[in-house]
Design a protein around this ligand. Sequence first.
Ligand SMILES: [Zn+2]
Length: 499
Amino acid sequence: MHTYITTTIPYVNARPHIGFALELVQADVLARHRRGRGDRVRFQAGTDDNSLKNVLAAETAGVDVREFVDGNARAFLALGPALSLTVDDVIRTSSDLRHRPGVERVWRACAAAGDLYRKRYEGLYCTGCEQFYSPADLRDGRCPEHETEPQRVAEENWFFRLSRYGEPLREAITRGELRIEPAGRRNEVLAFIAGGLEDFSVSRPAERAGGWGIPVPGDPGQVIYVWWDALCNYITALGYGTDGDAYREWWTGARRVHLLGKGVLRFHAVYWPAMLLSSGQPLPTDIYVHDYLTAGGRKISKSSGAAADPAELASEYGTDAVRWWLLREVPRVGDADFTVERMIARADDELANGLGNLVNRVVAMIRRYRDGRVPGPQPVPDGGEDLDAACRRAGDRVGAALAGFDFRRATAAVWAIADEANRFVNRVRPWDLARAERAGDTGAGRRLDAVLYALFGACLALGRELEPFLPDGAARIDCQCTALDGRLPDPSPVFRRLA
Ligand SMILES: [Zn+2]
């Protein structure tokens, strides 16, 4: 099975924030999980360079647009190593040679289908959103996302016949060919379609775009709407514009999974699929929509400063702490509030004290009571049934949770192993068994073998199941559980305490 996983490509008008790290980490977990199950996976990310927002932000900063975009794009790319991401491919829409031919090809295919036409248009445009708003969509005359007054714009543009695609889209969604999760988001899209789809503007005068962007094929006075341009990245990176093999392998022949935030749902679940239908291509198979993070109770946006810079957080507190907070605390539905204090508390409680302490104790006991040699296979000890079940079921529970994009439930299944194991240790008190064994009780010695074997099995299961979520921590657990010359290494902390 092939799985193609994409994140959205953010504007690079400022440095990345923790909200975008959420999407990257979620996508990375899915990619690692599918690879671990034997799938072939392609995980793609990128940056949206062709936005008018970038032009405006560069002007404000008094910097050349290219230089400005390159600098911020580098900060986004640096998230890869900082968050231990296994991104296979990165596309930058302004400089990647694969991009423009693909965008132009989609345009020509839609034109050939009779879905593009020129029209004079007057409307209210929010540059922050890069979209026109109808007066009914505004809040007190202001953009609901940016709380700024939109500009009145009158110009002749190219339009896309979205109005033709309401019924085919509705069918694809209700039949499950285009799966949108969570269900509330699917219903939101269906309600939007039921309200009637209007054709939308898909070009801008080149002049208003500051010359930045891709010219409309055959009409160089116009540039292609930045959203059209950006959405195409999902296939241009696969060589759609040049008949690349990757396109056949990863678009027509794979499960196609888009991750995105709720603010860009309509673009991904309506506009993009309609463009694909018009140009005769398969739709994405899965769209997973996450909600937003706030930081200290306030909305995070790229322009709100260095509030929560994921690369800085990872370098100060470790990649594991950042990833664990994002995966463990952010619900599948509803917003979550990020604070450094919450991240530290969660990491110390569950990683240092819970998981780390367990591995440390088990390795230390095997060294003290068995000279570092793990006992050979043993039956499940009395009282160890719940632990045994948590270990055996974790894989299936993680798989089921991730099939529904429920990262919190998936990490809970892994955490259950550590939780059961810690409870088991406190109940069976291996140190008492060791004392009894030393006093000549051979029954206690046999029971100690079974207990240590079960606990060591739990550590192995933790290392294995934790890999998609905390690859660095999982590698350290594996290291602690790997015998050299038949003996486990000295115990050393798997997760450091942060508080
Ligand atoms: Zn706006």
